[in-house]
Design a binder for this molecule. Structure first.
Ligand code: S3P
Length: 446
């Protein structure tokens, strides 16, 4: 983790760039990093993790797992050892603070509930405004006794035993699915989650590698996942693959900044995460994909992106879960394309670190793009070869992905662009500034 980039605060300016060039090792995947710490804490014995993403969100999960009784040791950059509790988390005396992280708090709610422990859960202003009933309701059906603040944080969980449920989440959410599965590990009987749309399956993959007996079957357009509790996990070695969501910023920057060629290595190549790559290819992006090694049960790839004339397309709504975090940066790419890009099925974007649908529309508009925000859709009218003027300031609303998207837009614009606050970038991609500058991007804090 870079000391300088992780401590940056306040506004920043992206200056117009050209010729971005170089190669980056993709930062560790955030979803896999959270899960490695949580499963390590639930398992028997030692879990050795390398390539852990040392971002604020993940570090908050590491602290929470230590407060819940796991041994959590940081050896070298990216290298962590977790001494598991054999499924017996203990009720911590202080509230668990998850900062900005929805994934951290929701997954740990499931893990704590399933282990029979209790806890208080708190977060920052953004996280405290996000919906928690999507997790506390199904966990409540299993017998977990949560009290929330009108469905939001702070939340309190009383210690107690759980029983299995058969549950169909009303929304496509890997966080909801994962919270129930983690709770199901400790609940008596067969827990079944039926997801109507496939979402990222890292919890299922990692549970298997930690020795869980878990059945995953395709059902209609979705998946049925079953596990019978109580089950014990065994500590493992986890080599975290690179994050496709963080890699998206350098990839899109290379596509829209003139004369660029950028390579990212070790990017996780999981169909539940690669919707953006598929979409960019349909838009005409010049991307070369070369297979890499399997890491933590996940395929990886090397992605090379070169400046490309992009064209607008309609993005299928069913693809949304496979690129849910990538819509802000896709919308930036679309603003430089020729023609219109229509992105339907985006209701969930309003429940992210900020209302990302509104925030994305605002960051484009303020920089001279034409965009329409519907209730659950975005339409971007691409500027074509004349490009975007820029000159606007992105209001980030404590949202890391809006901040990084606003800066990438500025690099490709005629006059550059500002963002009001870059502090939140450290929640998911602390090396963003160092990485982008190493490619030749002129990013200035202050
Ligand atoms: C995540 C799932 C997604 C995603 C988030 C990470 C995960 O959230 O937006 O950044 O690690 O399970 P939802 O499951 O709420 O869509």
């Amino acid at each position: 983790m870079s000391e300088t980039s992780s401590r940056l605060r306040g506004p920043a300016q992206a200056h117009p760039a050209s010729g971005l060039a170089g190669s980056l090792a993709a930062p560790g995947d955030k979803s896999v990093s959270h899960r490695a710490l949580i499963l390590g804490a639930l398992a028997r014995g030692e879990t050795r993790i390398s390539g852990l993403l040392e971002s604020e969100d993940v570090l908050n999960t590491a602290k929470a797992m230590a407060a819940l009784g796991a041994g959590v040791k940081h050896n070298r950059p990216g290298e962590w050892v977790v001494q598991g509790t054999s499924g017996r988390l203990s009720t911590p005396p202080e509230p668990l603070d998850f900062g900005n992280s929805g994934t951290g708090v929701r997954l740990v709610m499931g893990a704590v509930a399933g282990s029979g422990a209790g806890a208080d859960f708190v977060g920052d202003e953004s996280l405290s405004s996000r919906p928690m009933r999507r997790v506390t309701d199904p966990l409540g059906l299993m017998g977990a006794r949560f009290t929330t603040t009108d469905g939001r944080l702070p939340a309190h969980l009383e210690p107690g035993e759980l029983a299995a449920i058969d549950y169909t989440p009303p929304i496509a959410s890997a966080q909801v699915k994962s919270a129930i599965l983690l709770a199901g590990l400790g609940a008596k009987g067969e827990t079944c989650v039926r997801e109507l749309q496939v979402t990222r399956d890292h919890t299922e993959t990692m549970l298997k590698s930690f020795g869980a007996e878990i059945d995953v079957t395709r059902e209609g357009g979705g998946t049925r996942i079953r596990l019978t509790g109580p089950q014990r996990l065994t500590g493992q070695v986890v080599d975290v693959p690179g994050d496709p969501s963080s890699s998206a910023f350098a990839i899109v920057a290379a596509l829209i900044v003139p004369d660029s060629e950028v390579t990212l290595t070790g990017v996780m190549n999981n169909p539940a995460r690669t919707g953006l790559i598929e979409t960019l290819k349909e838009m005409g992006a010049d991307l070369t994909i070369v297979p890499g090694p399997v890491m933590a049960g996940e395929r990886t790839m090397t992605v090379t992106a070169r400046t490309s004339p992009l064209r607008g397309i309609e993005v299928p709504a069913e693809r949304a879960p496979a690129m849910i975090d990538e819509y802000p940066i896709l919308a930036v790419a679309a603003a430089f394309a020729t023609g219109t890009t229509f992105m339907p099925g985006l209701a969930e974007l309003r429940a992210k670190e900020s209302d990302r649908l509104a925030g994305t529309a605002a960051l484009l508009t303020v920089n001279g793009a034409r965009v329409e925000a519907g209730e659950d859709s975005l339409t971007v009218y691409g500027a074509g070869p004349k490009g975007l003027e820029g000159g606007g300031e992105t209001v980030t609303h404590h949202d890391h992905r809006l901040a990084m998207s606003g800066l990438v837009l500025g690099l490709a614009s005629r006059t550059g662009a500002r963002v009001d606050d870059i502090a939140m970038i450290a929640t998911s991609y602390p090396d963003f500034f160092d990485h982008m500058r190493s490619l030749g991007a002129a990013l200035e804090a202050g």
